[in-house]
Design a protein around this ligand. Structure first.
Ligand code: ADP
Ligand code: MG
Length: 332
């Protein structure tokens, strides 16, 4: 729970206390006008930015350490989708107040996931304002080896990591539209607030996957990006979509909505040639990540949905769009 308290902490004191750890891999980290990074020989620098805004990307009920975790996780997820290995990140923070208890929790959660992925904080900017967290991550990937949205080919098979839909289910329980036991709610809430970035899977899929994207706005919409960028169509078996027992306990309609148009999943959707099934299985097992085959790529355009018996079913109306649908407002 974010409860702001007034405190007398200046901008530089704040940076010094919570965000100025010595750089280990970067040549120069926090404290000068720029940070200095040295990508390894033969590697491309992979760069991505994601911003989290209070009331739009998270609810003020989130614990500060989970918010610190999520702010970096959503960025690492983009590196994962490219098959890049995390190196470093910068943190731009707007804070209503310099609140030590918020900052202690936020930085604890942030550093915990940063350390787990060997990704160090090398700079940033700090200002007063409505709570907003913008992170830019830097990673490295072999030149020519990045996983892109544009590489899917007819005949490729479609896969997704982990399970889908729990984060959306948590949001709907918060909104009062869905019901769950307190144990189930705690689990799906954790999926929403503490997503895992599939970094190891992304790296293991280099040279195996033909395309990839991370699911941040819902499977249907994000897979649509792969299809358009690749100039192909796709078919997804909705009954094959991996879901938690908590989501499986919901109505069929909620399950479909959360699975296909959920958002905030941060799982990887990717394609691989049909003759690379064993290589996909090896990538899943070396990275310790569950991977499920959910459909295939076909010639043409657009995304079709079928059930386990192969019958066409209707897909979701829309995927998440910040300018069309309000993520934490009342249900549509
Ligand atoms: P500048 O005046 O060049 O913008 P600042 O005074 O804003 O620099 O920041 C001083 C140093 O602290 C810089 O090295 C900057 O990268 C770092 N810094 C500022 N805010 C943060 C933050 N939230 N996290 C990490 N480093 C930060
Ligand atoms: Mg500055």
């Amino acid at each position: 729970m974010i409860a702001w308290t007034m405190a007398h902490l200046g901008e530089f004191e704040l940076i010094e206390r919570y965000f100025a750890r010595p750089a280990r891999r970067a040549v120069l980290g926090v404290g000068d006008d720029c940070a200095l990074l040295v990508p390894a020989e033969g590697m491309n620098l992979a760069v991505s930015t994601d911003m989290l805004v209070d009331g739009r990307h998270f609810l003020s009920t989130v614990a500060p350490d989970r918010l610190g975790h999520k702010a970096l996780a959503v960025n690492l997820s983009d590196l994962a989708a490219c098959g890049a290995r995390p190196l470093a990140f910068t943190l731009a923070l707007a804070l209503p107040q310099a609140d030590p208890s918020f900052l202690a929790g936020f930085s604890r959660g942030l550093y915990a996931i940063a350390d787990r992925h060997g990704c160090e904080l090398v700079g940033g900017d700090t200002t007063r304002g409505p709570l907003t967290i913008a992170i830019t991550v830097f990673g490295e990937v072999p030149a020519g080896g990045a996983l892109l949205r544009s590489g899917a080919r007819p005949g490729d098979e479609l896969y997704v990591s982990g399970t889908l839909g729990d984060a959306r289910l948590a949001l709907e329980v918060f909104r009062g539209n869905a019901a769950a036991s307190s144990e189930a709610f705690a689990r799906v809430r954790r999926a929403m607030e503490e997503p895992q970035a599939r970094v190891d899977l992304g790296i293991a899929l280099r040279g195996v996957a033909t395309s990839a994207i991370d699911v941040s706005d819902g499977l249907a919409g994000d897979l649509g990006h792969i299809l358009r960028r690749s100039g192909v169509g796709g078919v997804v078996d909705v009954d094959a979509l991996p879901r938690s027992a908590d989501l499986a306990a919901q109505s069929e309609a909620w399950q479909r909505e959360c699975l296909l148009a959920g958002g905030d999943d941060y799982e990887l959707v990717f394609t691989a040639p049909a003759d690379r099934r064993s290589a996909v299985a090896a990538a899943a097992s070396t990275s310790g990540t569950a991977v499920t085959r959910i459909g295939r790529i076909e010639a043409g355009a657009g995304l079709r949905f079928v059930d386990g018996a192969g019958r066409e079913v209707i897909g979701p109306a829309a995927s998440f769009d910040h300018f069309r649908r309000d993520p934490v407002g009342p249900a549509p």
